[in-house]
Design a protein around this ligand. Structure first.
Ligand SMILES: O=P(O)(O)OC[C@H]1O[C@](O)(COP(=O)(O)O)[C@@H](O)[C@@H]1O
Ligand SMILES: [Mg+2]
Ligand SMILES: [Mg+2]
Length: 315
């Protein structure tokens, strides 16, 4: 079976780019090991919590960020790190050729209940600076810490899935992921309905109307509350994920972050034949203005994303 190192050699001749990805994969292995034993260590995942000895604990978000930082510090090819957990970008190596943007622990509100969380990352050419459109990404990926630990990766071509084996080796388990064109599942936080815009309300109403409604088919709703888990399900069996702009998030530009949540996920989903949009334009075409910029996120099965786009075109 193909492993990660062998696969990377088929995707790029640039050994330093492959090395940057391997550094993030190694950080994922270490974060996974910490998460696996976190309840034994008394790590509840809550910032400022105490362990069984009554000692103050660092939040797992901070620990995960430190692990990423340690791995990237060891790699001279990394110039700058942008992280959800760090207000400012961190300079790592002056000669570094790549910038990395990461959400070191996504879905951390799920930690206390042992539900899948993840690490998301995007790799950019350092020469282009920090604020580059998603189309400029050199590679992107995420690690999903679930029943199995999965690494989902795309350099320029297809999106592939690797599974961590008992010996710590990433084994390729999906060669070219394909998000089904059509689907009967949508993922949105419906508790926010009162804040939604007309397009979101229209799309969801049409979907829940079922076989006799305008969509002409029955839908199911799924919402893990951990983007990595929701996107992984969509990547493997289709569906659509929506965190649209709503009246409560409009002043911030949305909920999810462009550089280390929306862009890498859009890159991976599009590499698997899916689509992504803010509702008004492709996520990968959004010009970033700040490292922690937020953006509306709609992505998944192409047919469903097109239905949402049609609602935005009308609204
Ligand atoms: O609290 P809500 O509205 O369900 O939002 C859930 C979303 O927020 C996030 O948890 C944000 O990510 P972080 O956990 O990294 O802050 C996403 O993973 C998830 O899709
Ligand atoms: Mg996140
Ligand atoms: Mg996070």
């Amino acid at each position: 079976m193909t492993d990660l190192v062998e696969w990377l050699a088929t995707q790029t001749d640039d050994r330093e780019l492959a090395g940057a990805i391997l550094s993030m994969a190694a950080a994922g292995v270490e974060i996974g090991a910490v998460l696996r034993e976190a309840p034994i260590a008394g790590q509840t995942g809550l910032a400022g919590s105490d362990n069984v000895q009554g000692e103050a604990q660092k939040a797992l978000d901070v620990i995960s960020n430190d692990i990423v930082l340690n791995h990237l510090r060891k790699n001279p090819a990394i110039s700058i790190l942008v992280s959800e957990e760090l207000d400012e970008a961190v300079d790592l190596s002056i000669q570094g050729r790549f910038n990395i943007a990461t959400d070191p622990l996504d879905g951390s509100s799920n930690l206390d209940v042992n539900v899948t969380v993840g690490t998301i990352f995007s790799v950019l050419d350092a020469a282009g600076g920090l604020l580059q459109k998603g189309t400029a990404q050199l590679a992107a990926g995420y690690v999903a810490y679930g029943p199995a630990t999965s690494l989902v990766l795309r350099v320029m071509g297809d999106t592939s899935v690797f599974t961590l084996d008992a010996g710590g080796r990433w084994v390729q388990t999906v060669v070219a992921a394909k998000v089904p064109e059509a689907s009967g599942e949508f993922a949105i936080n419906t508790a926010r309905e009162r804040f939604w815009d007309a397009a979101t309300t229209g799309y969801v109403k049409e979907s829940v109307a079922g076989e006799t409604g305008p969509a002409g088919k029955r839908y199911n709703m799924r919402w893990v509350g951990s983007m990595v888990a929701d996107i992984h399900r969509i990547l493997m069996r289709g569906g659509i994920f929506l965190y649209p702009l709503d009246s409560e998030t409009v002043s911030k530009g949305g909920r999810l972050r462009l550089l280390y949540e929306a862009n890498p996920m859009a890159w991976l989903v599009e590499g698997a034949g899916g689509k992504s949009t803010t509702g008004r334009k492709g996520i990968l075409d959004v010009e970033p203005t700040g490292i922690h910029q937020r953006v509306p996120v709609i992505l998944g099965s192409a047919e469903e994303v097109r239905r949402v786009e049609a609602w935005y075109a009308r609204a």
